[in-house]
Design a protein around this ligand. Structure first.
Ligand code: CUA
Length: 359
């Protein structure tokens, strides 16, 4: 689990392979510790036992290095390390092969690394950012690639990690054995925000997972559905500031709607429906002052219908002082691309209902 806890040597063991990795690791540590202590002890003991005493005359005993006892000694101190290292080799390689070969019955999930986030795509359509929901006791195979540099998808509690490379697919698999939430880390230095390229894997019961997968098409007001979409698209991972009403990695959305936004290039823009729509589909076109251009585009992932729900949700977040601004009617017409095009001439705006799905 992710609760704050006191110092611990090992992360929780929550996958089928974790116990094997830990046992192997413990074996290597114990073997190394045993010989380190033995050698250290003998160094000190012999230094004392054979120390030079005043007035002592050193006489070396004759030693025949072709004797049987000398031969025996050589065989023993060769055979023992050979045996120990072969145990480590065979044990280690069997764990490696197990981790390298996903079982054929694995369910498939796709991962894209990007500076600096993890994008997850489920076969059923659900899409997440920096979150991975999986069912317990099921083999899960990740097929991974990168949009930019080399990343590495690491789940310490599962004892699995694999490099994520641009231009090719790598795989990683695991079978979670415990319901709970566990860390995802990027384990390959990938730029200034490498340490922030983290996430959470949520292991759920099979039924809870199926419910989670099927969520999103439910009832509720437009804003509630927009909120579901907001959560589903992972917007909250960056725009989580709505919780504490502070700016986070991405601009605070509380009180955004209807306000005037300061842009990086010094211009100002009114945060209306067109602006929000443009920011969702073409996030790089208007960067808010004080923030970086790293929001991915959601073009093709959200329908015009879903976009309106999302805008309605952002509008329902009200003002920064906590007043929910329900009075302002949603200016639906500004979401019309023809109108929006007037506000930003020369820029090709996307056509509504471009066939994308909302989840
Ligand atoms: Cu991605 Cu480090």
């Amino acid at each position: 689990m992710l609760e704050a806890k006191s110092f611990e040597l090992f992360p929780e063991a929550a996958s089928s392979i974790a116990g094997h990795v830990d046992a192997f690791y413990a074996f290597m540590v114990l073997v190394s510790a045993f010989f380190s202590l033995l050698i250290a002890f003998l160094v000190v003991y012999f230094a004392y036992k054979y120390r030079h005493r005043p007035g002592e005359n050193i006489v070396y005993a004759p030693y025949d290095d072709h004797s049987l006892s000398a031969m025996l000694l050589e065989v023993v101190w060769t055979a023992i390390p050979l045996g120990l290292s072969m145990i480590m080799f065979v044990w280690g390689i069997s764990i490696y092969f197990t981790e390298a070969r996903p079982p054929v019955d694995s369910m498939e999930i796709f991962v894209t690394g990007k500076q600096w986030m993890w994008k997850i795509q489920h076969m059923e359509g659900a899409r997440e950012i920096n979150e991975l929901h999986i069912p317990v006791n099921r083999n899960v195979k990740l097929t991974m690639t990168s949009e930019d540099v080399i990343h590495d998808f690491f789940i310490p509690a599962f004892r699995t990690k694999a490099d994520v490379l641009p231009g090719r697919y790598t795989t990683e698999w695991f079978r979670a054995t415990k319901v709970g939430s566990y860390h995802i880390f990027c384990a390959e230095y990938c730029g200034t925000k490498h340490s922030g390229m983290i996430g959470t894997v949520t292991v759920m019961t099979e039924s809870a997972y199926n419910t989670w997968l099927g969520a999103g098409g439910g009832e509720g007001s437009m804003a509630e559905q927009g909120q579901a979409l907001f959560n589903q698209l992972g917007c909250g991972n960056c725009h989580a500031s709505i919780v504490n009403n502070q700016n986070g990695r991405c601009p605070n959305l509380v009180g955004l709607f209807g306000s005037t936004v300061e842009l990086k290039d010094g211009k100002q823009v009114k945060a209306d429906a067109s602006y929000i729509r443009e920011s969702v589909l073409y996030p790089q076109s208007k960067i808010v002052a004080g923030f970086d251009d790293y929001m991915p585009t959601f073009k093709g992932l959200i329908t015009e219908d879903g976009m309106l729900k999302l805008i309605e949700y952002i509008r329902s977040l009200g003002a920064k002082n906590g007043v929910i601004n329900q009075a302002t009617p949603l200016p639906v017409q500004t979401a019309d691309p023809a109108k929006a095009a007037i506000s930003k001439p020369g820029v090709a705006l996307p056509l509504p209902g471009s066939g994308g799905v909302a989840r």
